[in-house]
Write a protein that binds this ligand. Structure first.
Ligand SMILES: [Zn+2]
Length: 169
């Protein structure tokens, strides 16, 4: 089932999520819904907090579902390593129409659990490292706009407030 994606400013998106406690049927349905919602958007990543579910799980597929074996489901992630920096343009399904350059690590190693509760460790470089950091930020209640500083951030937040007032957000 495709779930509505929360937008910047909607409360649940800005609160940290709790660890996944059980890899049960309800969790499998949540993961299926997240994958379907991500592909439908389309996006390369989606965190549970973006559909208003306060659980530490995200999905990533850099191929947008075009190639098999690219789908990552990661629950209760922690960073094992974070190295280097990259500065690239970034967007978010919770802030459609807005992009900004964000400093991210160039390489990360993330440990956690797959959808069935098996431990997994995945290395990500470049875009995948960026996606990992972006999604784990979501689980901590952080949207990429929150990572911006000064005028850049103010400008986007003001535009969003304007859209909200006119009922377009
Ligand atoms: Zn996002």
């Amino acid at each position: 089932m495709i779930r509505p994606i929360l937008r910047y400013g909607e409360r649940p998106l800005h609160a940290p999520a709790a660890d996944v406690a059980a890899f049960d049927d309800a969790f499998q349905r949540l993961v299926d819904d997240m994958i379907e919602t991500m592909y439908a958007a389309p996006g390369i990543g989606l965190a549970a907090t973006q559909i208003g579910v306060s659980q530490r799980v995200f999905v990533i597929d850099l191929s947008l579902g075009r190639s098999t074996g690219q789908l990552i489901v990661m629950a209760n992630p922690t960073f094992v390593a974070r190295e280097g920096t990259q500065l690239e343009e970034e967007g978010c399904l919770s802030a459609p129409g807005f992009n900004a350059t964000v400093i991210r690590p160039q390489r990360v190693v993330v440990s956690g659990f797959d959808r069935h509760g098996a431990e997994q460790t995945i290395e990500g470089k470049d875009l995948l490292a960026r996606a990992f950091q972006h999604e784990i930020d979501h689980l901590d209640g952080i949207v990429f706009i929150d990572r911006l500083r000064g005028i850049k951030r103010d400008l986007i937040v003001r535009k969003i407030q304007k859209l909200k007032k006119s009922g377009k957000w």
